[in-house]
Design a protein around this ligand. Structure first.
Ligand code: AN7
Length: 344
């Protein structure tokens, strides 16, 4: 048995015998973060979604969206993307042997994600515009043509992604329930999905976790209370100004007693470096927004155990890492030179 659909079929809208397109996604580690816990003054756990097959949480939603598309007889899928959705859609479409077109903001997505999309054989379209414009266009496209939309406006994406909440509850067990979930927010699909997962598991939980959403300061429509026409942040995955599921995200936050806040690019980078250099976990900058948010805004009162969702792997974006990480020491191939280089 492999993959989410097989494992959680009783809680997903798939029947026995329906086609299943899977790359064995899910079952990602929930790692205790010693250094971060110390810094926050509470127990901090990391949900390592970069351990999914294409390196991001999108695979949870994509196994369901692409399986559903195949079940419905679609031979092509399309998405708008800041990168990870494109990489995931491309991989699952290759697996399903169907056509995939991805529309990304030209020059604004991380190189690793672009490499994935082209390698999996998607038609990669570099839009001279941003994600919000791309999403509007693919919605129109799928309304007018027989092509399935696999963005998180597709309900099957939410169904698949809610399974991460099930895994967290399972991993912590009944004696160690989580008090809060910290998560980066872009198009607001993932926070919506986690809340659905927790809500469906309410019987196993004594109290519901507070949903703590974090946006990049230059792309923070839900914090500001209005769409942002020209979102800007180095956390390119969450460079989104008009989230499709914004209302649902806000209602999840309100129902859970949580909060939505923003963090600056500098704060995101500080958390990104801290996690990699102190807790040994390399995530992409957008993912570090969840950790930055807790560091900057503090852990709400009464929260003893928090789970930070690290949505994507650090290798997705080697350029940012090389820009902000430690430098490289050039060295001649001689022992004395190597000694000097190693010990400074
Ligand atoms: C690493 O790939 O929207 O709030 O098109 O890649 O559910 O949008 C990516 C989003 C967080 C935000 N972290 O999740 C896309 C895309 C990472 C991401 C988010 C994204 P949502």
């Amino acid at each position: 048995m492999a993959g989410l659909i097989e494992k959680y079929r009783d809680r997903l809208p798939f029947e026995e015998g329906d086609p299943v397109i899977s790359l064995d996604e899910g079952a990602t580690p929930l790692l205790y973060a010693c250094e971060l816990s110390e810094r926050l003054g509470c127990e901090a756990w990391l949900k390592i979604e970069g351990a999914n097959p294409t390196g991001s949480f999108k695979d949870r939603g994509m196994t369901c969206a692409v399986s559903g598309a195949v079940r419905d007889g679609s031979t092509a899928v399309v998405c708008a993307s800041t990168g990870n959705t494109a990489a995931s859609a491309a991989a699952y479409s290759a697996r399903a042997r169907i056509t995939c077109a991805v529309i990304v903001p030209d020059g604004k997505i991380a190189r690793g994600k672009l490499a994935q999309a082209v390698m999996h054989g998607a038609r990669v379209i570099g839009l001279r515009g941003n994600f919000d414009q791309a999403l509007k266009l693919v919605r129109e496209l799928s309304d007018n043509h027989p092509i399935a939309l696999v963005n998180s406006v597709n309900p099957l994406r939410i169904e698949g992604q809610k399974t991460a909440a099930f895994e967290i509850i399972e991993a912590l067990g009944p004696d160690r329930p989580l008090d809060a979930l910290a998560i980066p927010v872009g198009n607001a699909g993932n926070i919506t999905a986690y809340w659905k997962g927790f809500t469906e598991s309410a019987g196993e939980l004594e109290t519901m976790p507070k949903m703590l959403g974090f946006q990049a300061a230059g792309a923070a429509p839900l914090v500001l209370g209005h769409a942002v026409a020209e979102p800007e942040t180095l956390a390119s995955a969450i460079r989104i100004g008009d989230p499709a599921r914004g209302d649902q995200a806000l209602s999840a936050i309100e129902q859970s007693g949580g909060a939505i806040n923003s963090v600056t690019d500098e704060q995101i980078l500080e958390a990104y470096r801290f996690l990699a250099s102190h807790d040994g976990v390399f995530c992409e900058p957008s993912s570090a927004a969840s950790v930055a948010g807790l560091i900057v805004h503090g852990v709400p009162e009464g929260v003893e155990r928090v789970v930070c969702v690290l949505t994507g792997h650090g290798l997705k974006d080697p350029e940012t890492a090389l820009e902000v990480g430690g430098g490289i020491i050039a060295c001649e191939p001689e022992l004395a030179a190597v000694e000097a280089a190693v010990w400074g």
